[in-house]
Design a binder for this molecule. Structure first.
Ligand code: AKB
Length: 318
């Protein structure tokens, strides 16, 4: 990976992945793109930036050729809860951006990284120590797109030799850009709300376990996987990865140890409740560990300390 294009770079992952890639591969070798004006404006502050619609294959291909790109990071996605409000738009966006990435990669000889998600799993999947290879029958459009995307990416690898690789991200917790439209967003929102207002109302039921990952581990995973020796990869699309699993009650109890006056209550969103109940409680990520050395560093307690410090600073509170 020497010449990198990050598509959909203005979101939660992209705004931190771009600087991380710049640090590892050089500032001039990373191009950040997005469709929305405000995202492009934000990216312009620290990266070479292009504005285009990932659904416009011709424009997308022109950018890949213009910068002699050899690796595409396709981060374009409508997330799980937002997708349920607009399923057809979610399908067109999520699958269209992936299909264009794969076709352009085939034409231009690029590698492709597209995040998959715990959203590939559903009610019939084993919920505890969810295996790498197991039942994938999601009941969200987001999950349907991610399962189709994994299959399509493997197909482009076996049929056309495109170097496609991916991880199944759990909820990603970060202090940079906010996530939007996801079921796991509560685990980020809570930090802003308790620091600003001293309270948080959660839309996910208090006993629902989900896997989570702190952003520094999520970023390391991308580089480790993309740099991994292809001969060692038994799987490609996509690897289970996780570093912590908790439910809202446990997370809030740990935050309350640091902020004793914080108040937590619940106003359950039925869509998020159904989605979160269908996802794993905890995944088995041993294949990622064995095949490319996945070894996350952050647990829940360390993550909470870091998030409170980072967001407190951002809000000018501490
Ligand atoms: C979501 O909640 O939709 C995402 C995900 C787990 O893929 N954060």
């Amino acid at each position: 990976m020497k010449r990198i294009l990050v598509v959909g770079a203005g979101g939660q992952i992209g705004t931190e992945l771009v600087p991380h890639l710049q640090k590892n591969y050089g500032k001039d070798n990373v191009i950040a793109s997005d469709l929305k004006d405000e995202m492009v404006e934000k990216l312009r502050g620290f990266a070479t930036t292009e504005q285009f619609d990932a659904l416009d294959e011709q424009h997308f291909a022109e950018i890949v050729k213009k910068y002699k790109i050899d690796t595409i990071f396709n981060l374009v996605a409508m997330l799980s809860a937002a997708g349920e409000a607009r399923p057809l738009t979610a399908w067109r966006l999520n699958m269209g951006a992936l299909l264009n990435s794969l076709n352009i990669a085939k034409e231009c000889g690029c590698a492709v990284f597209t995040p998959s998600s715990i959203g590939v799993f559903g009610e019939s999947t084993p919920h505890n120590m969810t295996p790498q290879d197991t039942i994938m029958r999601p009941n969200t459009i987001y999950g349907v797109c991610k399962v189709a995307g994994e299959l399509l990416s493997d197909y482009y690898f076996t049929r056309f030799g495109v170097d496609t690789r991916s991880v199944r991200y759990p909820g990603i917790i970060s202090s940079g850009a906010l996530p939007g439209g996801g079921t796991t967003d509560y685990a980020v929102e809570v930090f802003y709300e308790v620091l600003k207002n001293g309270r948080y109302t959660c839309e996910v039921p208090e006993e629902t376990y989900m896997d989570m990952l702190y952003m520094p581990d999520a970023l390391d995973a991308v580089i480790q996987l993309m740099e991994a020796d292809p001969a060692k990869l038994i799987h490609r699309n996509s690897f289970n990865i996780t570093s912590m699993s908790f439910n809202p009650r446990e997370l809030f109890a740990s935050i309350a140890k640091r902020i004793p006056n914080a108040v937590f209550d619940y106003n359950i969103d039925l869509v998020k409740a159904a989605i979160s109940a269908s996802w794993p409680n905890k995944m088995d990520d041993s294949c990622a560990r064995a095949e490319w050395g996945w070894n996350p560093k952050w647990d829940m307690e360390a993550m909470i300390d870091d998030m409170l410090a980072a967001i407190g600073k951002k809000l000018g509170i501490s």
